[in-house]
Design a protein around this ligand. Structure first.
Ligand SMILES: Nc1nc2c(ncn2[C@@H]2O[C@H](COP(=O)(O)OP(=O)(O)OP(=O)(O)O)[C@@H](O)[C@H]2O)c(=O)[nH]1
Ligand SMILES: [Mg+2]
Length: 85
């Protein structure tokens, strides 16, 4: 089984938790508690040659120029970043 970590990084309230909930649980809700630290999700996907488990790390956002501990992003195969338009 292949497991891949991905990280979501973005300022407060841009929709990281909502994105993860939609991806992992197929749920679109109106309210999510603001993340403290990090919330880790898990979802298995079928691909051509088997199964891949993706683990999205929903990292607590901050104001402009907030920093993210490097331990959180270590080993991640992808970083998704979003900012409020
Ligand atoms: N209509 C609409 N509302 C959204 C969308 N994305 C997020 N929201 C709303 O914006 C608010 C904040 O979204 P969250 O997903 O909690 O944001 P977050 O990036 O996890 O925020 P932090 O944990 O504070 O960093 C919630 O009330 C969501 O329902 C979207 O695509 N459409
Ligand atoms: Mg959040």
């Amino acid at each position: 089984m292949i497991t891949k970590k991905t990280c979501l990084i973005g300022t407060w309230g841009v929709g990281k938790a909502r994105l993860v909930q939609q991806f992992v649980n197929d749920i679109s809700d109106d309210k999510y508690p603001s993340a403290l630290g990090v919330t880790v999700g898990k979802k298995a996907l079928s691909v051509t040659h088997g199964e891949v488990t993706l683990m999205p790390w929903d990292i607590a956002g901050g104001a402009e120029n907030f920093s993210v501990p490097t331990d959180y992003t270590k080993g991640s195969v992808a970083l998704a970043s979003n900012i409020k338009a």
